[in-house]
Design a protein around this ligand. Sequence first.
Ligand SMILES: Cc1cc2nc3c(=O)[nH]c(=O)nc-3n(C[C@H](O)[C@H](O)[C@H](O)COP(=O)(O)O)c2cc1C
Length: 181
Amino acid sequence: MNLSELVKHRKSIRGYLDKAVEREKVMMCLEAARVAPSACNSQPWKFIIVDDRELKNKLCDGAFSGIYSMNTFCKTTPVIVAIVSDKSKFLARLGGMFRGTKYYLIDIGIAGEHFVLQAEDLGLGTCWIGWFNERAVKSILKVPQNKKIDILISLGYYDKEKMRPKHSREPMDKIASFNSY
Ligand SMILES: Cc1cc2nc3c(=O)[nH]c(=O)nc-3n(C[C@H](O)[C@H](O)[C@H](O)COP(=O)(O)O)c2cc1C
């Protein structure tokens, strides 16, 4: 698939096969994330890959119970990726304060999508997960409570037959214009 086909083919996957993902493929996704651009080249991220089945199950129980249970589909995923947001470089933080922009969130979004698109290219499914019990995730993964985990990504093989139809998107004339708003 070329890039335009790849980005059109990707969609959120919410049901996975009970099949482990090869570490080599996970490493390729991590490499794609590693080379992502970031404000002042801060690279304000750390990726924690949870592929140990027992730990992953424990993580899902903690992350997706109570008000977060809409994401219990994650229990079927063989891999959960937690992106720990690190501190940006001083200049990026200062610039961000001045501009009122959280550059680090843009940065982890770009790196995460690099990961996701590489996964797609390898025939793996993903879903961004923003709704989860962060305190429980940090405690289970031994991440200090003063750090932030803004996002998780599920990763795994999936049954292509069982995929749901693609979500629609706004038409081009609503989201883009040339030369003025
Ligand atoms: C930042 C972010 C957070 C998201 N959080 C969740 C989530 O908690 N649970 C979920 O099922 N999908 C989540 N999604 C997936 C979106 O619902 C999905 O990308 C959107 O509906 C478009 O569908 P598509 O990815 O299949 O194209 C999230 C996506 C993003 C980018």
